[in-house]
Ligand binder design. Sequence first.
Ligand SMILES: *Cc1c(COP(=O)(O)O)cnc(C)c1O
Length: 332
Amino acid sequence: MSPYSCARDEFEGEASVYLDANENPYNAPYNRYPDPLQKALKEKIAALKGLRAEQIFLGNGSDESIDLAFRAFCEPRIDNVLAIAPTYGMYKVCADINDVAYREHSLDADFQFKAEDLLARCDEHTKLIFLCSPNNPTGNSLHSAEMLKVIENFQGLVMLDEAYIDFSSQDSFCSLLDKYPNLVIFQTFSKAWASAGLRLGMAFASPEIIAVYNKVKYPYNVNLQTQQLMLAHLQEPQRIQAWVEELIQQRSFLQQALAALSIVQHIYPSDANFLLVKVDDADALYQYLVAQGIIVRNRNRVRLCEGCLRITVGTADENAALMAAMQQFINL
Ligand SMILES: *Cc1c(COP(=O)(O)O)cnc(C)c1O
């Protein structure tokens, strides 16, 4: 397959008169098509992550990178993919949309897995394995040694979702990309970078895999405003670092405050910007919090998360409001 060849692919330099793309000459800068390969952004991200621009794909959130993996690497109704469970819901949604069978390997009580057991679930049609570390909704990092065993022994691609890596005590696997050509890493601007509304996700992989992604994607998948705003945002990594440090501290305050409540049975260790909390009556507490205008995520119906709420770490004021409402619920 060859990708759609757009006017901006054919001519790349700077010019004073652009009459090649049937754009309207008015309403600058929005009249112009954006860079289809987001070169300026990729240079900045490459420098920040210690990667080369050719190892980077940018999409409309990580969700685009997840969906394109099915379209690019799986044959509908023939191939299958494997994922840990519980995990992020989009992998299964994309598998279903693309008519690719989705196999789940249940994590153990500590939300960990053994590479051997995971790999035993694969057959010759298993094209992708999805790992998520730190995992959502459990919050923990998966053991590096087991993830490495999967990457080293699986014949297909390992899709490692690092959406929460900035909040983690563990290192990113980015430095291993040159060593493992079957590794694809997803990161996002939606969490630590506080830009969920702009929709920008990153996939890091070998140049060969990135070239396949570029063939399958929409030509202008990242709009002009997102590219410009993120380019500016990337000039201030200290600001992001300060937010991350504050949220990690708030996570620890929130953890201590929750642990003191009678209705809290267990708080799972978190390497992310949320806590998975097991409580006495998750549905009743969830409904009470909604009535107080406080929305958390009810995970009571997710296997292995029975009785749990997933609580995002907010500002000090937001966390205090949550704690006050929970205390009121106890006093009812
Ligand atoms: C939030 C989240 C994402 C981010 O998705 P975007 O489409 O980039 O907003 C990706 N993976 C996981 C596991 C998440 O929890």
